[in-house]
Design a protein around this ligand. Structure first.
Ligand SMILES: CC(C)(COP(=O)(O)OP(=O)(O)OC[C@H]1O[C@@H](n2cnc3c(N)ncnc32)[C@H](O)[C@@H]1OP(=O)(O)O)[C@@H](O)C(=O)NCCC(=O)NCCS
Length: 215
């Protein structure tokens, strides 16, 4: 889904959008030139776009090699098969891992040390799906094929192993919900951006039980 969206834009337009996003999302940002030259999180997204294209075109070994080169240069490991939306910003980078079957929505903010990982060796969907405008705090681990609802916030160092409803805040180990989930009333840092071309949507009849709310 994100792939068709990104395919419609030129690489240059996407790169400019990434730089603008970093400029907007990072209050300490000194300007677009510094972002383009030195922001590892932005560079990791650029590497991933190429690696993901190679992966989808069947050049899987080359895609893996490129993603490992990106890991060496940025400290960020994104599997080339992962689906990443637009305007995703990885702040500080370093130590971030995104697994093969992970899906990350648009306008997501990820801090350093985040893992979107699996809990099983079996093939198939085994990594999280992260909705649009989610913020994942530094060091948080989201494990297994769980769904993180749009506009949710995951606290720093949380370990999330169950679904998180739209607009909820999850903290702790194992993560529990701190606020009643209400998508419309979510006032997160991430929700201050456009939600125009949201691409990770759960249809009404696909809504899942917000299991974590009952912990
Ligand atoms: C989870 C988070 C989004 C909540 O922010 P918030 O809505 O402003 O929440 P508050 O700070 O008012 O805290 C609400 C409660 O959650 C607790 N809490 C907040 N963050 C927590 C965390 N990461 N882990 C455990 N508990 C946390 C607070 O202690 C407070 O508990 P209390 O009600 O018992 O007093 C925020 O604390 C967070 O972790 N953001 C990540 C930021 C980050 O990683 N920055 C890195 C910059 S380099």
């Amino acid at each position: 889904m994100n792939t068709t969206m990104t395919d419609r834009m030129t690489a240059w337009a996407l790169a400019r959008e990434d730089i603008t996003t970093a400029n907007r999302r990072d209050p300490a940002c000194p300007g677009p030139l510094v972002v383009a030259l030195s922001y590892q999180g932005v560079h990791a997204m650029w590497y991933h776009r190429v690696a993901n294209r190679w992966w989808r075109n069947g050049h899987r070994s080359w895609a893996r090699l490129l993603s490992q080169l990106a890991r060496r240069r940025t400290g960020i490991e994104i599997h080339p098969g992962a689906q990443i939306g637009r305007r995703v910003f990885i702040d500080h980078g370093m130590g971030l891992v995104i697994g093969e079957t992970a899906v990350v929505g648009n306008d997501v903010l990820l801090f350093h040390g985040v893992t979107l990982g699996g809990t099983t060796m079996s093939h198939g969907k085994r990594h999280p799906t992260v909705g649009d405008r989610v913020v994942v705090g530094a060091g948080a681990k989201i494990l297994g094929p769980v769904y993180i609802g749009c506009d949710a916030r995951i606290g720093a160092n949380a370990v999330v192993v169950k679904d998180v409803p739209n607009g909820a805040t999850a903290v702790g180990i194992p993560a529990v919900i701190r606020e009643h989930p209400n998508y419309m009333e979510a006032h997160t840092a991430a929700s201050s951006v456009d939600d125009g071309d949201a691409h990770v949507r759960i249809e009404e009849n696909e809504q899942r039980e917000p299991a974590m709310y009952y912990i």
